[in-house]
Design a protein around this ligand. Sequence first.
Ligand SMILES: [Zn+2]
Length: 156
Amino acid sequence: MRLDRVINENIDQDTQFFDEVLPESTAELWINLEKVKIINSTGILRWMRWCKTLPPGIRVYLLNVPNSLAVQSHLIDRFFPPFMKIQSVRGYFFCPDDSEEVLVQMERNKDYFYAEDMISKKSEVRLPKVPCPHCSKIMEPDFLETRVFAFLKVDQ
Ligand SMILES: [Zn+2]
């Protein structure tokens, strides 16, 4: 059975999402994190505790992950367990010439690749070339690639 859920609030002590007990028959869980901006330290603990409560054998797919959440994998080992895959990540790109800023959604198998999806069995990041809406120059990521995409290293 596949379940689709949305986390429509920041991840902290009040996030109601974690209160739901999933049926044992849940094979796939797809979570849209479009509305999540911030995760605080209580939210980090709740997230990790929640990961341990999921039914065995489940696959979890995360959509629209903010880079504030993705980067936790750089700080905390196995923040995203191997059964959990990030399908898309949001991050800002900026233009140093005119301070334009654009929020970009980066997608699995287009902008970044898990080792398991590669013939070479090595993960890879190929950041999109985002033209500045003002001057058309290619913009720079406003995040550290190695940190935001640290989650790709989990299964290597
Ligand atoms: Zn520009």
